[in-house]
Design a protein around this ligand. Sequence first.
Ligand SMILES: Nc1ncnc2c1ncn2[C@@H]1O[C@H](COP(=O)(O)OP(=O)(O)OP(=O)(O)O)[C@@H](O)[C@H]1O
Ligand SMILES: [Mg+2]
Length: 233
Amino acid sequence: MKRIPTGIAGLDELIEGGFPETSSILVSGGAGTGKSIFCLEYLYNGAKIHDEPGVYITMEEGPHNLWWNMQRFHWDLLPLEKANKLKIYKFEPSLDMKNDVENQVRRIVDKAKAMNAKRMVIDSITAFSFWIDDLSKIRYAIYILVEELRKIDCTTILTCETDGRKSQVSRFGVEEFLVDGVVQLLYIPPHRSMFIRKMRGTNHDKRVHPVEINDNGLQINSKEEILWEALKD
Ligand SMILES: Nc1ncnc2c1ncn2[C@@H]1O[C@H](COP(=O)(O)OP(=O)(O)OP(=O)(O)O)[C@@H](O)[C@H]1O
Ligand SMILES: [Mg+2]
């Protein structure tokens, strides 16, 4: 199985070299746990190191805000944007998302097709789902989104906003079943940590690891462990 390395410090060695190619991965966590940084780093490393084009679909945070926030990091995004290797798009919801799921999914998939993207980020699937506002349709939308992106050989991260508790994996209680992998990011002061809850087809690490965020992005300490019981819920 081909692997898509994330390039995030400390992560790939915990997942047999990277995400399985064409898989879909949920990166879930509370506010400020580093979900967006995780995603941009994944796309940046893909474009810069592996020459794999990537698309970032942001649901709420404007692209300008994202560009601005990310300037702080030691990543030179602009040349990649100019070379069509990394694009950030803001998704504008339609008035009747609930009854227009196929079209909305197509709008996202078309962005990936236009760039021949290998890596895709939807940040967040929670905002997208809230606009649909009907659990069975949310489930259907995530299912077809993931499948359509798989068909065009994208390896996709969906971010998921939780209330921050370690026991809450997703917002609607269905997202984690529709994807191939789940990475949980936690920030329970003073500890930031990361836990791989599932990764289909992968003998992945099962421990909770400390995480640091600094000007180089996310640093996962793959050697050290935090006990699950030590984290408050
Ligand atoms: N250069 C930096 N050095 C250290 N910490 C940083 C740096 N930049 C950001 N952070 C930390 O990362 C957090 C933001 O990360 P990010 O935007 O990826 O979180 P998020 O999970 O996407 O949040 P949200 O749910 O609000 O979208 C900040 O709140 C801050 O704590
Ligand atoms: Mg974010």
